[in-house]
Design a protein around this ligand. Structure first.
Ligand code: ADP
Length: 184
């Protein structure tokens, strides 16, 4: 685990499984139907238990679907995390469909949702960098920019990127270092 101080807050980058997170909230890279699925979404639903799907259904009954870039919060049920913040990243097409702005909004809105719910520590996956096809280097640069910005504003006390694969970890760690060096 690598940890960087950003004003009064901390940014962590670690290799691991988000479902084992000890943070107060974890972020789910969900689909607009909040229906569960593969990847990190499936793992979170499996670990949280069926009550999470029920909570998601109730939200979808109210809002129809969750647009890309937005975020909603539910309890974590059987997870050790108290909360799950569900967001929808962009599906990457050619980079000219506003993907970067949508991914930035997804990270930002998760941090704002955490702040608004009094969540001090939140762990993120590599949103959109799996099935949604966002190029890893670019997705990592967006994550680093959004998290550094939110931490500078002290929206939460600590955010961590929890990466599932060594290659993803390496790329995200480099992106965070690049972002912090650029900001000096
Ligand atoms: P998306 O549809 O937003 O691309 P995916 O779940 O397909 O979401 O992939 C997002 C990232 O989550 C990928 O880098 C994938 O390796 C990672 N991932 C999958 N399972 C886990 C897990 N249990 N903990 C953390 N990251 C995970």
């Amino acid at each position: 685990m690598e940890r960087f101080s950003i004003k009064e807050a901390w940014l962590g980058v670690t290799l691991g499984d988000l479902t084992q997170s000890g943070a107060q909230a974890i972020v789910n890279a969900a689909n607009p139907q909040l229906a569960g699925g593969g990847g990190v979404d499936g793992a979170i639903h499996q670990a949280a238990g069926p009550e999470l799907l029920q909570a998601c259904r109730e939200i979808i009954q109210d809002i129809g679907e969750l647009p890309a870039g937005e975020a909603v919060i539910t309890p974590g049920f059987n997870l050790s995390a108290e909360w799950v913040i569900h967001t929808v990243g962009p599906i990457y097409r050619d980079g000219a469909q506003g993907e970067r702005e949508t991914l930035l909004r997804a990270y930002r809105n998760c941090l704002k949702t955490a702040r608004d719910n009094g969540v001090a520590t939140v762990d993120f996956p590599a949103i959109s960098c799996g099935v949604y096809g966002y190029p890893l280097e670019e997705g990592a640069a967006v994550a680093a920019a959004a998290l550094v910005e939110g931490l500078e504003m002290a929206w939460v006390r600590e955010a961590r990127l929890v990466l599932f694969k060594q290659r993803t970890f390496d790329v995200f760690l480099q992106a965070v270092k690049n972002r912090l060096e650029a900001g000096l």
